[in-house]
Design a protein around this ligand. Structure first.
Ligand SMILES: [Zn+2]
Length: 444
């Protein structure tokens, strides 16, 4: 008997060690060629980035609708990725509809730059510098290192849940949230050493791809002056990529070390850039107007805010995100019919925009159009799966239609994701009343 036990124990121990080795091991860093402890294999890194990508894109207002400009940004990115330490990854370069000045890379190679940042740039080498810096974070596996650090420290963030807890159960869209997208953060803030390394790698890559290294210095100067001019729009960027004076000094020294033939007008690439971004810059005032309107509504100045958003959406009518924002504003102010119309226009322009589908779902719910609402919310769930607020309103629609079983299923899903706040309380109350869960309703 004893022998059997010890051999079984031996088996368990070996199996456990094998598992640990399988999941947590050493990985060779593609940049330094050194072995480092990592809880994320390359396959897991790519998978984590792939899964988080739609959520991050939608959280940033979706893709900027301009195929030509998206193609241009991609082309610049691909040129740089091809000469990096990890040319074999499947990169994607994405221009997103965010007013904030920001750029970010998910582990595995999905890189995004915001409309707000691109609008501040004035030549191709600056764009190249932004993308090359992000590629540097990817090639040196900074995301995977951050993930490992967070798991070891036990602080893996669930920032989105707090947003859900503050949600409104009556279908009044909360305009500040950009939809109620909750998320597990895959992005981490980088250390100063990682920032320095990304700058150094970024400069090497952009120069190898044919760009002027002065672009890197110029971008840092653009960011620095934006920090002085409109600090709130650049908060996110600086919290993940702290810009310190030594980074700027290092970039200047590095640029000085290149011979003059690397610093030419051609390599700066002003002309193609100006042409490609002409429309983006033309449309920028409309986006500014809408952003200003959002701020006013958040400060309680509903009618003035709504007026600005209407004007903005009207002056650049091809942008789905502006109509989606208008729809959110109309809903918040209380005009469900206008909200549904603006959301429908937005869906027509970009069927893949989460906010448009979500707000249209809320508006149709308020208009007692339950089937239409369920259809839109279902589409939202396909774009970013598993959002508790989507499940909640699917449940509310089924409840209004008298389909208790479907409603209970949706409310259970809400409860599996959020434990506190109005949505969780509402869901729990119904499930108790209907006998799907047991407990003392008086205590809830
Ligand atoms: Zn950075």
């Amino acid at each position: 008997m004893k022998g059997q036990w010890s051999s079984r124990l031996y088996f368990y121990i070996t199996a456990t060690i094998a598992l640990l080795l399988l999941f947590a091991g050493c990985a060779v860093n593609p940049v330094t060629n050194e072995r480092e402890f990592s809880l994320m294999s390359e396959a897991q890194e790519i998978e984590a980035g792939r899964k988080a990508y739609p959520l991050y894109t939608q959280k940033s207002g979706g893709q900027y609708l301009d195929d030509g400009l998206q193609g241009y940004v991609s082309e610049v990115g691909r040129k740089i990725a091809a000469v990096s330490h990890r040319p074999g990854l499947t990169y994607s370069f994405n221009l997103v509809n965010d007013d904030n000045i920001n750029a970010y890379a998910l582990p595995g190679g999905n890189i995004s730059i915001t409309r707000g940042l691109l609008a501040k740039l004035s030549n191709e080498s600056q764009l190249a510098a932004v993308l090359a810096h992000e590629i540097g974070h990817v090639t040196a596996r900074h995301g995977a290192q951050g993930y490992t650090r967070q798991v070891l420290a036990g602080v893996l963030s669930t920032a989105g849940i707090a947003a859900m807890e503050a949600a409104d159960v009556n279908g009044r869209e909360i305009i500040a949230g950009g939809g109620l997208l909750g998320m597990q953060l895959v992005l981490t803030s980088y250390s100063r050493d990682q920032e320095r390394q990304a700058d150094k790698l970024g400069t090497e890559y952009m120069v190898a791809a044919g760009y002027d290294p002065r672009g890197m210095v110029e971008v840092m100067e653009v960011l620095d002056s934006a920090r002085k001019g409109s600090p709130s729009t650049i908060e996110q960027m600086f919290s993940s990529h702290p810009l310190t004076s030594d980074r700027l000094e290092a970039a200047k020294r590095r640029t000085d070390s290149y011979p003059d033939r690397f610093k030419t007008i051609e390599r700066l690439g002003r002309e193609p850039f100006e042409e490609e971004t002409l429309k983006l810059k033309d449309d920028a005032p409309a986006f500014d107007k809408v952003a200003e309107g959002k701020k006013l509504i958040n400060d309680g100045k509903d009618s003035k805010g709504l007026e600005l958003i209407r004007e903005g959406a009207k002056s650049a009518p091809s942008h789905a995100i502006l109509h989606a924002t208008l729809a959110s504003a109309e809903l918040q102010v209380g005009d469900e019919k206008r909200a549904a119309e603006a959301a429908a226009r937005s869906v027509e322009l970009d069927p893949g925009l989460f906010q448009a589908r979500y707000v249209r779902g809320l508006a149709e719910f308020k208009l007692d159009e339950y089937d239409k609402s369920i259809k839109e919310l279902g589409a939202a769930d396909e774009i970013v799966p598993g959002q508790p607020s989507v499940a909640f309103f699917i449940g509310r629609n089924h409840e209004e239609e008298g389909n208790r079983e479907a409603a209970a299923k949706a409310f259970s899903e809400v409860l599996s994701k959020v434990k506190k706040g109005e949505m969780a309380e509402y869901s729990k109350k119904r499930l108790l009343e209907w006998g799907y869960i047991k407990g003392d309703p008086a205590k809830q």
